[in-house]
Design a protein around this ligand. Structure first.
Ligand code: SMG
Ligand code: MG
Length: 385
């Protein structure tokens, strides 16, 4: 295990204004999970304006509160009316660490808070001329990329075709979405189609009920398929149910939606509910909490990996830097830009031999194209208002 040096503090920045930039991008193909079908990404980027540099972050909310309580319009409102004024009010100088402290009295809204934290850290790093990956202590220059495959409109034949295409492109593992009624049969067909050599895992997105015998039978069936992990079969608060069933299954259970912070990660790991933890910096309130979750899991011998929320290049840049840290053990949902978008808002991330390069330019290492920003709707919250 590589010892990770403590994160060196960066100089504070003076925020003049915070801007919310609207993203509305069609996905190259629909993405269906147990909570619904998405055909586009409707979200917001946050730009923190400082005299030296602008910092960028992405709010990873979906348009509707279906993955967690958070959704894009709610995030815009809480940022405009509460979080940004709190961040700007107590004094002009802020660090990424201050973001969590100043916003701590707001319950939840972690995705909104995370975007602000990343944007402030990005402004600090650009001012200092340091890359995010270097700041966090990245141990690799490229990260292995997985791909997350939604429940296809065309059923099993389309699933097999999509997965074959992604494997041809070089993706190093396949995560397939499952839901009651679309699980054992399609995953058995997929396993037969790709063979035992392909790293295959499933994600239930909290769609299964631990007390429904048919649901449990289906999950028991998935347990027979040699999967790398079963991600979040049960609801967010069902830690004990995850532990109870994980004890019976040979396939490790990975928790996603359930893990809000390092304390929840500790409880999930120590109770046996999670043998693996999916870290999404938006879900947990930022990069600093992500690193604390990594630390919590690493100290208990539990591997983590970097999840995704269909990010543009802005959010992906931060994810890829995080995925490069020690303790991140599996290919992440860190696919290339073209898996999501005909044209990304930043310089795209590309797949090279199954890997994505970790950005090494100052800050998060990606900036939205000016031509795109000029056309995107912007709301500005100034310091002196
Ligand atoms: O970013 O490639 C991606 C998507 C990864 O499957 C993915 N995310 O539960 O892990 C998950 C889902 C949530 C997506 S909802 C926007
Ligand atoms: Mg998930």
């Amino acid at each position: 295990m590589n010892p990770t040096p403590a994160i060196v503090p960066l100089a504070a920045v003076t925020i003049d204004a915070v801007e919310l930039v609207r993203v509305d991008l069609p996905l190259v193909r629909p993405f269906t999970t147990s909570f619904g079908r998405q055909t586009r990404r409707e979200t917001l980027l946050v730009r923190v304006r400082t005299p030296e540099a602008d910092g960028w972050g992405e709010i990873v909310t979906p348009a509707a509160p279906v993955y967690s309580e958070e959704f894009t319009a709610g995030a815009a409102l809480v940022l405009r009316d509460h979080l940004v004024p709190w961040l700007l009010a107590p004094g002009s100088e802020v660090t990424a660490e201050d973001v969590g402290t100043r916003l701590a009295r707001a319950h939840g809204h972690r995705m909104a808070k995370a975007a602000l934290e990343v944007a402030v850290m990005d402004a600090q790093l650009r001012t200092a001329g340091v890359a995010l990956a270097d700041h966090l202590g990245a141990v690799v220059d490229r990260v292995p990329a997985g791909v997350s495959v939604g429940i296809p409109d065309g059923g099993i034949p389309e699933l097999l075709e999509q997965v074959a295409g992604y494997l041809d492109e070089g993706y190093l593992r396949v995560k397939a979405k499952v839901q009651p009624g679309f699980d054992v049969a399609p995953m058995t067909a997929l396993r037969e189609h790709v063979g035992t050599g392909v790293a295959l895992q499933v994600d239930g997105n909290a769609g299964y009920h631990p007390d429904d015998p048919a649901h449990v039978r289906a999950l028991d069936g998935l347990d027979e398929l040699g999967l790398v992990m079963i991600e979040q079969p049960f609801g967010t608060d069902r830690i004990r149910d995850h532990a109870r069933h994980a004890a019976r299954w040979r396939t490790p259970v990975c928790l996603d939606e359930s893990i809000h912070d390092a304390t929840r990660a500790r409880d999930a790991v120590e109770s046996g509910a999670a043998g693996i933890v999916n870290i999404k910096l938006g879900r947990v309130g930022g990069l600093l909490e992500s690193v604390r979750i990594r630390d919590t899991c690493r100290a208990r011998g539990v591997p983590v990996w970097c999840g995704g929320m269909l990010e543009t290049g802005v959010g992906r840049a931060a994810n890829v830097a995080l995925a490069a840290l020690d303790g991140f053990r599996f290919p992440g949902d860190t696919s290339a830009s073209n898996r999501y978008w005909a044209e990304d808002v930043t310089e795209p991330f590309v797949l090279e031999g199954g890997y994505v390069a970790v950005p090494r330019s100052p800050g998060i290492g990606r900036t939205p194209r000016e031509t795109w920003v000029a056309e995107a709707a912007i709301e500005r919250i100034d310091r002196h208002r």
